[in-house]
Design a protein around this ligand. Structure first.
Ligand code: SPD
Length: 389
């Protein structure tokens, strides 16, 4: 078993608990139906006007993906980005977003499916669904029964990243902690690191879960008492946090932040950007000894999308091995497209912060979903935390 296959197998173990609080009927946990024989329609059969409106996270698509799709299909893509799951969720709840394709995190997708905010995929238009790893897809059916709504875009994990030289200098005689989460949650460290810049993701559901995990509580607890405890702990480091952002790549690469609580994929992009810019900033993704938080982001079609056939055409195009692999190769986010693994470059395939090894994966926290009430409670705690200084 090579590293990529092993990483996928381990990821399957990690996502087994995904959405476990709201268990799907066992009959729904099946291999993706795309593997069953079904009549397929080529993308060109779309009868819609040639427009596709995509709403994705920033820095989350390979350079030529949209242009190549437009050239091949004649479909004009309007591409916009959002900053966090909360922003996307609010647009979907409000309705009439104007978007045909969105990329929610698994943590929000379950409630979006249950709330009727997404449209079922027309699988006859997406023959390349068969390229997805069937084992992963059968496990993801616990979030999306029958794999009817979601197509994995990429996965990675929330963790701590550093600018090594600056952190070592700022810590002085204090050695690096045993647990990397200390660098962003323990005032002993944050007080020293504030001079070189600490950056946090700007979203309640990005910060409260790792904070609860650091406290030894469930990262996906729905209990307000756990959110409150996270808020109390966060209040102690609040004066030391300089940057709140959803795009910390340039802050890290350019040296404005020396420590970040963010996504491993973006940290690897920052690492590469610093090298491209010939800077001395040495960005490193840390693997906390208590584990990072795994996440999945998936393509989905809003229930009121005006161009669902064009959306299906884009999904099918994305699922071509070389197209999925281009995302992983250019952006260091892992793919769930099994057929794409052979096209992942050796440099990325061997990067242990992208395809983490068995020991590290075993410690990672599996994704799960929050209740609406829990999201509200976390949002209140987060707002208080951010504005108190
Ligand atoms: N550069 C964009 C990365 C998108 C990450 N999505 C993360 C969701 C985690 N909860």
């Amino acid at each position: 078993m090579n590293r990529k296959t092993l990483a996928l197998a381990l990821l399957v173990l990690a996502v087994t608990a995904c959405g476990e609080k709201e268990t799907a009927p066992s009959s729904a946990v099946v291999a993706p139906s795309a593997t069953a024989a079904a009549p397929t329609l080529p993308a060109a059969t779309s009868t819609e006007e040639k427009i596709l409106n995509i709403y994705n996270w920033a820095d989350y698509i390979s350079a030529n993906m949209v242009a190549d799709f437009e050239k091949e299909t004649g479909i004009k893509v309007n591409y916009q980005t959002f900053e966090n799951n909360e922003g996307l969720h609010a647009k979907l709840v409000a309705g009439n977003s104007g978007f045909d394709l969105v990329v929610p995190g698994a943590v929000f997708a379950k409630s979006q499916i249950d709330g009727g905010l997404l449209m079922k995929l027309d699988k006859s238009r997406i023959p390349n669904l068969g390229n997805l790893d069937p084992v992963i897809m059968s496990k993801l059916a616990s979030v999306d029964a029958g794999n009817d709504y979601l197509v994995p875009w990429a996965w990675s994990y929330t963790t701590v990243g550093i600018n090594k030289g600056k952190v070592v200098k700022a810590l002085g005689s204090t050695p690096m902690p045993d647990n990397a989460w200390d660098l962003v949650f323990n005032p002993t460290y944050t007080a020293k690191l504030k001079s070189c810049g600490i950056a946090y993701l700007d979203s309640p559901t990005e910060i409260i879960p790792p904070a609860m995990h650091y406290l030894g509580r469930s990262a996906y607890s729905n209990a307000p008492a756990d959110h409150k405890a996270a808020g109390e702990m966060l209040a102690k480091v609040r004066p030391d946090i300089r940057i709140f952002t959803s795009t910390m790549i340039d802050d890290l690469a350019g040296g404005k932040a020396c420590v970040a609580l963010g996504w491993a994929g973006d940290m690897n992009i920052a690492h590469n950007r610093a090298i491209e810019n010939k800077s001395t900033n040495d960005i490193e993704v840390l693997l906390p000894k208590t584990g990072g938080l795994i996440f999945f982001d998936s393509l989905a079609i809003p229930k009121d999308a005006k161009h669902p056939q064009n959306a299906a055409a884009f999904i099918d195009y994305f699922l071509r091995p070389e197209v999925s692999a281009s995302l992983t190769n250019e952006l260091s986010y892992a793919t769930a497209n099994k057929a794409a693994l052979a096209k992942v470059t050796p440099e990325i395939a061997q990067n242990k912060t992208v395809f983490v090894d068995a020991e590290v994966m075993a410690k990672m926290v599996s994704p799960s979903s929050f209740s609406n009430e829990a999201r509200e409670s976390m949002s209140n705690v987060y707002t208080l935390f951010k504005k108190s200084k």
